[in-house]
Design a protein around this ligand. Structure first.
Ligand code: NAD
Length: 491
């Protein structure tokens, strides 16, 4: 086994980062070379002794190696969660709340470290990690700490009880935030947890493990294991897990659903999306253009609820397209650790390949492609220009399938009925946005759009009190608010 060593990574938010000499007044981040599994409050090596690499997508270089959990490790983690369950579920709820509150405070205290680590491992701009991902992750723990001793008030006259051991599997686009969405409600309701982050972005979940230990959570209440699809599959198959909470692709979600059929295990699925962002002619167009940009280019478009299908009313389409292209030209694609960057690195070489394949398909399908002329950073990182397809039709692949990158399609429409029909004409049903000056139109659209979340005159806004989730092939179950808490209790 390799000896553990720590290397100091020097970060400079103002300009670039480097591993070598530290200029004055900069931040330091302690990064390990090798990360083990977090089981029973201990960091333990994997049974197989195998590790995999996690890559910085902005440089293509290895950041660290991470333990690859196999079925024996999954079994160990589940047993640890099972052993911790009786004491955790019978703990005075006020004390459970204190632990969750402590985790929230510790995340807040380490906000800078978490932000840097998230941007390095994931590729997202530091501005977003720092102002959205990490504060929202803390907010989820704060919010659920508040519920822990008030479950009887959340579900009056229904005697809520925990489900037991929950297995949680998350994707790579909001690594710490997705971990918070999963762990916080599970703990508040008295469950114990085995969580697996995505294989390309395990580092902030492992940092969270360090905090959980620091918060003195009883051993085994939260276990964090790392690995890829096989590790997730072993979790799904484990007989001692009472519920699987999965966030990821529709394809894998369907597989999990069929594996769990007839087992009696609970399941919630947060899957893919192809959100419609709809601009009516009476909207405040400059604000709407900002909403379009935020809807699709936020987090490189790696957002399940991204407004990836833009619908613009015909009478203002020409003007909106001009304003949109002008605004696209101002976007900076660059180093995720530079605070001026708008669009960071694509999360992996594989995801970049997928996005480029869709861009080629769009061109082949006859759509007009516009890409901003910005300079892309050189080197071995994974980059993609903000892209816009016009002259698309409803049947085009790029309109129907989730691309999960900074690629927008634009269609025009004349009437509300026409756009509602087009917006609903998809297998997905996760999100939508409506931009208009008229309240009555907002109410009509929000009633008739088949989407779990409909934003009005804004886009991609999240809050722990608001339930989030999908219809149709975007999954079932909700996260956030009382609805999200309900997914972790039985009556
Ligand atoms: P993915 O389905 O490939 O992987 C998600 C997670 O599942 C990863 O941790 C992965 O290791 C694991 N996994 C892979 N195969 C598995 C299997 N057979 N059994 C069990 N676990 C398995 O998805 P991804 O590429 O990581 O994430 C992108 C997808 O996630 C997009 O489709 C996006 O829309 C979706 N997503 C949805 C939401 C939501 O709230 N609805 C939020 C974020 C992302």
């Amino acid at each position: 086994m390799m000896a553990k060593s720590n290397k100091k990574l020097t970060i400079n938010y103002q300009t670039k980062w480097s591993y070598d000499k530290a200029p004055e007044s900069i931040d330091h981040l302690l990064l390990k070379e090798k990360y083990d599994l977090f089981i029973n409050n201990q960091f333990v090596p994997p049974a197989s002794g195998d590790y995999f690499e996690t890559i910085n997508p902005a440089t293509g270089k290895r950041i660290a190696t991470v333990a690859l959990a196999n079925s024996r490790d999954v079994d160990k983690a589940v047993n640890s969660a099972r052993n911790a369950l009786p004491a955790w579920q019978s703990l005075n709820p006020v004390d459970r709340a204190k632990y969750i509150f402590r985790i929230a405070r510790l995340i807040q205290e380490r906000e800078r470290e978490f932000s840097v680590l998230e941007s390095m491992d994931c590729g997202k701009p530091i501005r977003e990690s720092k102002s959205i991902d990490i504060p929202l992750a803390a907010a989820h723990f704060f919010y659920h700490a508040g519920w822990a001793d008030k479950l009887e008030y959340a579900f009056p006259n229904r005697k809520p009880r925990p489900l037991g051991v929950v297995g949680q599997i998350i994707p790579w686009n909001f690594p710490l935030l997705m971990a918070a969405w999963k762990i916080a409600p599970a703990l508040a309701a008295g469950n114990t947890v085995v969580l697996k982050p995505a294989e390309t972005t395990p580092l902030t979940a492992l940092k969270l493990a360090e905090l959980i230990r620091e918060a003195d959570l009883p051993p085994g209440v939260v276990n964090i294991i790392t690995g890829a699809g096989d590790t997730g599959s072993d979790m799904v198959a484990h007989p001692q897990i009472d519920k699987i909470a999965f966030t990821g692709s529709t394809e894998v979600g369907k597989m999990i659903q069929s594996k769990l059929a007839g087992t009696g295990k609970r399941l919630t699925l947060e899957l893919g999306g192809k959100g419609a962002n709809i601009i009516l002619e009476d909207a405040a167009l400059d604000q709407a253009v900002e909403g379009i940009i935020n809807g699709i280019y936020f987090n490189q478009g790696h957002v399940c609820c991204a407004g990836s299908r833009l619908f613009v009313q015909e009478s203002v389409a020409e003007l909106v397209i001009r304003k949109l292209k002008d605004r696209m030209e101002t976007l900076i694609v660059g180093d995720p650790l530079d605070k001026n960057t708008d669009i960071g690195a694509i999360n992996s070489a594989n995801q970049l390949k997928t996005i480029n394949r869709y861009i080629k398909t769009g061109v082949k399908e006859g759509a007009d492609l516009y890409q901003s002329s910005c300079e892309l950073p050189g080197g071995k990182g994974f980059w993609c220009r903000p892209s816009l397809f016009t002259q698309v039709s409803q049947s085009n692949k790029i309109v129907q399938e989730e691309i999960f990158g900074p690629v927008l399609t634009l269609q025009t429409f004349r009437t509300l009925e026409e756009v509602i029909e087009k917006a609903n004409n998809t297998f997905y049903g996760l999100s939508a946005g409506v931009w208009t000056d008229k309240g009555a139109k907002i109410f009509k659209m929000t009633r008739e759009l088949q989407a779990g979340v409909v934003w009005a005159n804004t886009y991609n806004k999240f809050d722990p009190t608001a339930p989030f989730g999908g219809y149709k092939e975007s999954g079932f179950g909700r996260e956030g608010g009382i609805h999200g808490l309900a997914a972790y209790v039985q009556f």
